[in-house]
Structure formats: structure tokens, C-alpha cells
Design a binder for this molecule. Sequence first.
Ligand code: NAP
Length: 278
Amino acid sequence: MKLSGEARLAGVLGWPISHSLSPRLHGHWLREYRVDGAYLPLKVEPEKLAEALRGLIALGFRGANVTLPHKERALELCAEVTERAARIGAVNTLVVRDGHLEGDNSDGFGFLENLKERADAWQPEQGPAVVLGAGGAARAILVALLDAGVPEIRLLNRTRSRAESLAEDLGGPIQPLDWGSWERALEGAALLVNTTSLGMQGQPPLDIELDALPRSALVNDIVYVPLETRLLAAARVRGNPVVDGLGMLLHQARPGFESWFGVSPSVTPALRRAVLET
Ligand SMILES: NC(=O)c1ccc[n+]([C@@H]2O[C@H](COP(=O)([O-])OP(=O)(O)OC[C@H]3O[C@@H](n4cnc5c(N)ncnc54)[C@H](OP(=O)(O)O)[C@@H]3O)[C@@H](O)[C@H]2O)c1
């Protein structure tokens, strides 16, 4: 669709930005819904973030996504932030309203919507969740799991002190455990989520013993390159239901697209194909 002078503009700010799949994702929806709008990759150095955000407002952008390494700093630069973004301590979605920036974080929303879409038998209150990792993505996922009513979260991180400070920070039923204490962590669990970068292309594999995990437990890896990680392959072989990480990326994009372009978009098989195309 040709852009008019009234075209709605949005984009994603990151450093680097060439690897981001968001332009492809939003580009697919813009075409699907025939929106008079554009979504651009915006390569912004960390020192220039504040200037770039002022520029977005000056240029009439409806808003933007922010990705690494800007998610925490961008939160500080927002005039207003949602409660969930404040608890996560980072934003990934900015909306320009009345000349100022409102920040939100939709990563946890994307995580839960992905599980709802692809594993509707799993219910948050079913039993303990095991979360591997205590980085930025883990924080958003922990907030989502707590808010969804998961009764117990066992949190394992290589650097245990990070898991402990995250548990203290967020409150609720989060129990930090030693990295490698697989049996203790997995016994009776209803959900296992990998939020570490282990298993991602170019990273070491995730070495985990799944023996103690009930076969009914849902296994989710938020790493999506490759789509089928070794964790998911091993879980599938022993009969566990599995969900890959791509859907989290697709669903987290929905709130932003709706705010900027005025259409509530759907996650479809065609969208998955478009994003995976090389
Ligand atoms: N599907 C999606 O939409 C989505 C969204 C966000 C992120 N992700 C993916 O999630 C992963 C994590 O992202 P992030 O932003 O949370 O990264 P991050 O903040 O850098 O955290 C990385 C985590 O991985 C752990 N880790 C790294 N190397 C390790 C190793 N050799 N052994 C054990 N643990 C190790 C770190 O443990 P320490 O604390 O001990 O360093 C930390 O818990 C990435 O692969 C990213 O692509 C996916």
C-alpha cells in the first residue's frame, strides 16, 4: 500500500538492529490490514537514546518498540509507565500521547498468550513453574506468572545471587534454587521455561536432566533460533507437551501495533511463516 502524507509511523530502536525481526513482523500486519503506515528499523547508539526519543515525538511517530540495550534506560525517559513495566524495570513498547511518551512492557503478555494459544491445557494454577535464568526476559516472565496466579516458582540461575535478588525484588512465591539441582526443581512441576540464552544458535547447549519432570508438564523455550532447541526436542521425545519461543515474539508485538495503527492484529500461521522466511 502506498503511503499518504497522513501515514502512521512507528519503528524499533536498538543497537545493533539489523537482526531484529520486528520490521518483518509489523510489515506483514501492515500489508495484511492495508494500513497507511510504516514500521522502521532505527539504529540508535546508547548515548543518543534520549535525543532519538525526542526526535520520534518531533517527527510525529505514533510510538516505537525498544530492544537491547535500551529497554531499561527508555523506562527512565518515559513521562508515564504502566504498572507492569515499572515492576519489570524495563519497557519494550512506547506510545506517544499528547506529546509525551508512555512506556509499557508486553514481553510477559506475549509469553502467556503464546502458551494460551499453543498449549491451552496448561493452566497457571495447575502447579509449580520452573524458570531457568534471571536476566531481562526472566523478569518479565516472572511478573506474568505471578500475576497469572502460579502457586510456586522455582528459579534457577547460574549466578544464584541474581535469582535471589530477583525473588526479593518481586516478592511472591519465588524460591531460588542452585543451578543444576534438576531433581529438586523438576519434581511435581507443571511448567518448565528456559529463559537463558543457552541453546540459542552460537551459544552452548542447555544441559539439563529431565528425569524428574512429570510427563504432563509443559516445556517452553523462549529461545527461537533454532525453533526446536535441544531442550524442546528432548522433552518432546519423552512425551511432554512443548511450545517454542517464536509465539512470544509475535504476541508481544500485538499491543504496540494496535496502539500505533488502530487495528488489533492476529497471530496466524502466515505471520509465523513470514517472520521465519530467510
Ligand atoms: N521469544 C522471545 O520473544 C524472547 C524475548 C526476549 C528474550 N528472548 C531470548 O531469551 C534469551 C535471554 O534473553 P535476556 O534478554 O533475558 O538475556 P540476559 O538478560 O542477558 O540474560 C541471560 C541469562 O542467561 C544466563 N546464561 C547465559 N550464559 C549462560 C551459561 N553459559 N550457563 C548458564 N546460564 C547462562 C544468564 O545467567 P547469569 O545471570 O548467570 O549470567 C542469564 O540468566 C535470549 O536467547 C533471547 O534471544 C526471547
